[in-house]
Design a protein. Sequence first.
Length: 243
Amino acid sequence: MVLLWGEFTPEFESIFRSLADVAEDDPLAKKKPVSHRDGWGLLNLYKEGLELKRYGTPLTLRVPTPKVENGVAIIHVRLAAPSEGMGVLNAHPFHLQDERYDVYISHNGWFDKFGMNKTLGLESVKNMNDTETFLKLVMTQNGSIEDRVRAALDISKENGYIKGGANIYVVATERETNATHVIYHSDVAPGKDYTEYEKLFLLSESNWSGVISSSIKESKFFPKGVNIEEIERGRIQGTVVKV
């Protein structure tokens, strides 16, 4: 998955094609071959508008590069967690809003949504996605969006709701000020190995930045010369961007 902010459009096609490339055959997957074939989605938040597109079909190199605008973007390809539903309604990003924030989330990994519902107390989460359930947990917490994500992750760790990875991107816009927060986090369930496959990497250029899943940098289409570094495991990071 990919999170971008700033003036990223000159590099977007290369990054998008890199994601499509590894979605077809992930070079870092522990079991080969692995295709992230269970749908994909795109969020693009920019000065003049917002576009959210979700697909139940795979992202491949045959899919044309979508037109995007500078601002903020998430692109996610899905490999469904065990027992999770299929189809467009389970494609990321997911969206919720309340009186303070308008929030989008994408996630690679696996949450125990049924366990999580012991905290949430919803009538049922059977037909909800595990990431969607986690976003509901985020939105029930108090404080800033960073505080809410941190609290939801702490609850999930303490109660064993994280079953696989907990790689998360959050884009949240304050309804009062229009300030947009981009947040990212990388970790796995306690006791599981944190391998190259689970890592996220920060891209830093003069007028744009981004965070990518580790496999993307292995693609032959990945742009040359981009500054890249591994992000710190288990730490919620992010910034506020002007859109």
